[in-house]
Ligand binder design. Structure first.
Ligand code: NAD
Length: 515
């Protein structure tokens, strides 16, 4: 369609129905299975992409190893200068790349552009970091000795990413991995190959301009098989995996069994708790964005809503009012609030959630069905849903499972302690949000008996984090932390280097071993 070709040609992606090479290791190639990029809005095939064959993956890893050997010798601040150039190149294509995210993934344009902005932001952060990735000088107990804690690059970092953030997740990893001096190899979601090709082209152009090997930032598109092969490979020092709990559990075990490093960013099942003193004019729109934004396909989407009994009816009626304003349509159109689910398969996730609710006699306040009128019937459009399940058991499968669709489960509580217990009773621990103006509630919420999630917000929704703070979740979300904070420390290997400047060679702890 002309809609698609406008977006693709702005990023130099051929629009004729040829098969695009989906592997980059310094050169573009691809002779594995053909992946189809399908537009979730119209159902049209946007492109066919030739993914990596097992041999191409091996070659890409060899090239990455060679590239690493060169790259690790470049001083960190100079690597930061490369990241700065990457930032500029990305910012120059912010709008075009954002449009591609909307076209291929299905999120609305402002969120697509926001995702590219996040990549730009984390590049800024990594540029700064490149002059601050410092070790420490430790005072030794032995006279004339000093201990240095020294960070050095790790080697090869593999990034396996999910469909829902087809640009930003790679950005969080690449920018910091690059500043740290690693070669990075990306296996994106098989359903968003065009985003990964467009990003890799931009990164490759920066490396090329600086006369550096392209395999510093390689790309291997592919599905489960290529993902498995990459994760199993002993040549990959760290696997940074973003995706579902089910796949993350397998990936974690495989990498652990070969004693590699992992960084896991898995599913979320995030709750918002609304206290009686909450400012509803802020809380209601925040829950609306949290549950409906990205059509409920963010790892931080609001999936559970715990309302204090005294404000529950008013809150729900105002929230339903906002649900009534949802404009579903082409995510590229500026007035659209709700795009499609990403795949046909996701329709099944949505409808099975609805079927389960109905079978359990839940009250469905709004939603519960697909949009089946033209033109929305061409895409994967579903009505965002608010449901009140009969069961309050927080460990019941209905409450305890992440369903990657816009379905919000609501319940009433009487005491904050009860709501916190429910918040914490699920396996996942990514994001959480409390709405209150009472400082005592805030103290409980962020303290030792409070939320056990990695993201614990107050008067801020569950969704939408900034890159300056560590991002990630606890428990079955995988304990990984990306961006901000001290995340860079995972992308390096640490050495404790004891230096002896003295004329003696004493043992530590006063141990004597005289012959
Ligand atoms: P997914 O687990 O299906 O796929 C993630 C990646 O793993 C893809 O690249 C996929 O090809 C690959 N893969 C599949 N099987 C594999 C295997 N056996 N070995 C190695 N790799 C394999 O996830 P998805 O459906 O693309 O994404 C949605 C999920 O991602 C949700 O659960 C969401 O919460 C999660 N997510 C988490 C975060 C976070 O930061 N915590 C961010 C975004 C998405």
């Amino acid at each position: 369609s002309s809609r698609a070709s406008t977006v693709l040609s702005a990023l130099d992606i051929p629009t004729t129905p040829t098969e695009l090479p989906g592997v980059y290791d310094g050169q573009w190639k691809g002779s594995g299975d053909v992946l189809e990029s399908i537009c979730p809005t119209t159902g049209e095939v946007l492109a066919r992409v030739k993914s990596a064959s097992p041999e191409e993956l091996s070659v890409a890893l060899e090239k990455a190893r060679e590239a690493y050997k060169e790259f690790r010798l470049i001083p960190a601040p100079r690597r930061g200068e490369l990241v700065r150039q990457l930032r500029e190149a990305l910012a120059a294509k912010r709008d075009e790349l954002g449009a591609l995210v909307s076209l291929e993934m299905g999120k609305i344009k402002t969120e697509g552009v926001g995702e590219v902005q996040e990549f730009v932001d984390i590049c800024d952060y990594a540029v700064g970091l490149s002059r601050m990735m410092n070790g420490r000088v430790v005072s030794s107990e032995r006279p004339g000795h000093t201990i240095l804690e020294v960070p050095n690059p790790l080697g090869i970092v593999a990034v396996l990413s999910a469909f829902n953030f087809p640009v930003a997740v790679y950005g969080w990893n690449l920018s910091i991995s690059m500043a740290a001096g690693n070669a990075t190899i990306w296996k994106p979601s098989p359903s968003t190959p065009l985003c990964s090709i467009a990003v890799t082209k931009i990164v490759a152009s920066v490396l090329e301009k600086n006369g550096l090997p392209g395999a510093i930032a390689g790309l291997v598109t592919g599905g489960k098989d290529i993902g498995e092969a990459l994760v199993e490979d002993r040549d990959v020092e760290m696997v940074s995996f973003t995706g579902s709990e089910a796949v993350g559990r397998k990936v974690g075990k495989v990498v652990q069994s070969r004693f590699g490093k992992t960084l896991l960013e898995l599913g979320g099942n995030n709750a918002s708790i609304i206290m009686p003193d909450a400012d509803l004019s802020l809380a209601v729109p925040a829950v609306f964005f949290g549950s409906v934004g990205t059509a409920g396909q963010r790892c931080t989407s609001t999936r559970r809503l715990y309302l204090h009994r005294s404000i529950a009816p008013e809150f729900l009626s105002r929230l339903q009012g906002l649900y009534g304003t949802i404009r579903a349509g082409d995510p590229l159109a500026t007035d659209t609030l709700l795009g499609p689910l990403h795949t046909r398969g996701a329709l099944g996730i949505y409808s099975s959630a609805i079927d389960q609710l109905k079978a359990a006699d839940a009250e469905i306040l709004t939603g519960g069905s697909r949009y089946d009128e033209a033109p929305l019937d061409q895409g994967n459009f579903v009505r965002p849903t608010i449901a009140i399940p009969k069961t309050l058991d927080p460990t019941h499968e209905m409450w305890a499972t992440e369903r990657f669709a816009p379905v919000l489960y609501a319940a009433e509580f009487d005491e904050l302690e009860q709501a916190i217990e429910w918040n914490n009773a699920v396996p996942q621990g990514l994001s959480s949000s409390l709405w209150t103006r009472d400082l005592r509630n805030v103290g409980k919420w962020i303290g030792p008996a409070g939320s056990d999630a990695g993201i614990v917000n107050v008067n801020v929704g569950t969704s939408g984090a900034e890159i300056g703070a560590a991002f990630g979740g606890n428990k079955s979300t995988g304990w990984g932390r990306e961006s901000g904070g001290d995340a860079w420390k995972q992308y390096v290997r640490w050495s404790a280097c004891t230096l002896n400047f003295s004329d003696e060679a004493p043992l530590a702890q006063g141990v004597s071993f005289d012959a």
